[in-house]
Ligand binder design. Sequence first.
Ligand SMILES: Nc1ncnc2c1ncn2[C@@H]1O[C@H](COP(=O)(O)OP(=O)(O)OP(=O)(O)O)[C@@H](O)[C@H]1O
Length: 261
Amino acid sequence: MRGVVDEVPALEARRLTLAWSGDEAPVVRGVSLHVGVGESVCLVGRSGCGKTTILHALSGLTRPRAGSVLLHGRDVTGVPGDVSYMLQKDLLLPSKRIIDNVCLPLVLSGESAGEARAKARPLFGRFGLEGCEDSWPSELSGGMRQRAAFLRTYLMGNDVLLLDEPFSALDAITRAEMRSWYCDMARELRLATLTITHDVDEAVGMAQRIYVLTGDPRAGVPSRVSAEVRVGRPEGVSFEEFALSHEFLACKREVLEALGA
Ligand SMILES: Nc1ncnc2c1ncn2[C@@H]1O[C@H](COP(=O)(O)OP(=O)(O)OP(=O)(O)O)[C@@H](O)[C@H]1O
């Protein structure tokens, strides 16, 4: 079934086979997935099964051995730059104020610092960073720094975001708040998000659909998508409330079973 909002997915992978070198067995074989406009999807799998390898191919950093990547129906296989990719660490530059950190992608793409700041400033409120424009990264909490990293990623101007364990460096309470904030913000801004995580609770908490990746590339068994689980968190139900529901537990069980846990 297609994404919840639009017929043509924002991001689609068709039968990707990926390997790090020509003579090695593939890390993943025949992986197909899609993320609809405004949809939040998680990819879960054990450590080493190939999640990051898939994100690299989706972002165009590497070329697949076989298969293709489409953005809004356009073939972008092996072409970087059209998808934003955010890593676990916020990677803010300590010597730049927050406003200049978040403006970096705009400045690097040729805008003047003044133009970039004018574009970024109105977004500080929406990203929960009001009043932090002139702070240094070291003055912000982990959650605030992560919000700044999201704003910087958003300012790259892409509507498809790939997130690699985005909340793993945060404490449990901040992580829960950030998940909730991110999902509201992404829905409002119609961002398509693919998040990779080991954390099944996190996946069930933030995704509308979850792909489960299984295999053991280190033992020569390429990973594949072994299940697609639909998460039915009703509109208006908070994460905390949903986490106590039967639906949450049923989804979690389905994912864990598919992982073989
Ligand atoms: N740059 C690389 N060159 C060669 N092999 C790599 C490279 N990066 C990863 N691999 C191998 O590819 C396989 C999949 O790694 P990958 O990092 O994609 O897994 P992962 O599911 O993201 O793991 P984790 O959850 O621990 O981050 C592993 O066997 C890993 O050793």
